[in-house]
Design a protein around this ligand. Structure first.
Ligand code: ADP
Ligand code: MG
Length: 250
């Protein structure tokens, strides 16, 4: 579903991604762990075209979505086609960024109507279904300010799903939440994984990575330091940097 080939990303002189290679298969849940500043968010943002890569290739659903060398486009991918491919990715951020002036239901309906020109009746039906699936149908008419952080994040997940993505990217979706609200969001994500959604999850939730992750990638200093099953990487790391990281957080 996604293939990342030798991706480099620099901000000015600062090289943040130093040759990243990995792929994610259909129905797979890949968890990315690593210290703050190791380039995890930048990696997700590059996949989603929120950042342009400096060099490398990114394939989405088997199709070339981005290819650059020395900051120059090597082949012409029309912006329309690149945008179409990016629409196959849904993204959920640490901060929920719901539209404050729209209700939960309206937040979920907005993008399909605006971007995909879905008619209002269909968007409404889909949004109601999605809010049911994240356990928030009874809150559909509430504004974000009247929802807890966990509820807002669940609306944000429903909103991303409303675009019917093939892959969901999560960037530390529970890091901004009070501890007692983390569980409800992880439950929704587990549910999604069970339904077969392909997912890339940047998280510090080691328990989630072990239970739900098919594979774990450990990033450090802009490279993938270690990759394997959760048992391999978390419980029996081989690399010194991985060992040091997990000995600190476990
Ligand atoms: P992580 O998500 O693993 O904490 P990030 O991808 O957010 O790491 O950041 C990796 C590095 O890139 C950090 O040193 C950060 O300061 C830097 N960085 C991220 N975004 C930008 C940007 N837009 N401009 C300059 N530096 C950035
Ligand atoms: Mg980050």
């Amino acid at each position: 579903m996604i293939q990342v080939v030798d991706v480099h990303k620099s901000f000015g002189k600062l090289e943040v991604l130093k040759g990243i290679n990995f792929s994610v298969n259909e129905n797979e849940v890949v968890c990315i762990l690593g210290a703050s500043g190791s380039g995890k968010s930048t990696m997700l943002r590059c996949m989603n075209h929120l950042e342009r890569i400096t060099s490398g290739e990114i394939y989405i659903d088997g199709e070339l979505a981005d290819k650059r060398e020395n900051d120059k486009d090597m082949i012409k991918i029309s912006p329309e086609h690149a945008q179409e491919l990016c629409m196959e990715l849904g993204m959920v951020f640490q901060r929920f960024n719901l539209f404050p002036h729209l209700t939960a239901l309206e937040n979920v309906m907005k993008a399909p109507m605006l971007v995909k020109k879905v008619d209002e009746a269909t968007a409404l039906k889909d949004a109601e279904e999605l809010l049911k699936s994240v356990g928030l149908y009874d809150k559909k008419d509430e504004y974000p300010s009247r929802l807890s952080g966990g509820q807002q994040q669940r609306v944000a997940i429903a909103r991303a799903l409303a675009m019917k993505p093939k892959i969901m990217l999560f960037d530390e979706p529970t890091s901004a939440l009070d501890p007692e609200l983390v569980g409800e969001v992880l439950e929704v994500m587990k549910d999604l994984a069970k339904k077969g959604m392909t997912m890339i999850v940047v998280t510090h939730e080691v328990g989630f990575a072990k239970e739900v992750g098919d594979r774990v990638i450990f990033m450090d200093g802009g490279v993938i330091c270690e990759e394997g099953t959760p048992e391999d990487v978390i419980d029996h790391p081989k690399e010194e940097r991985t060992k040091a990281f997990f000995s600190k957080i476990l």
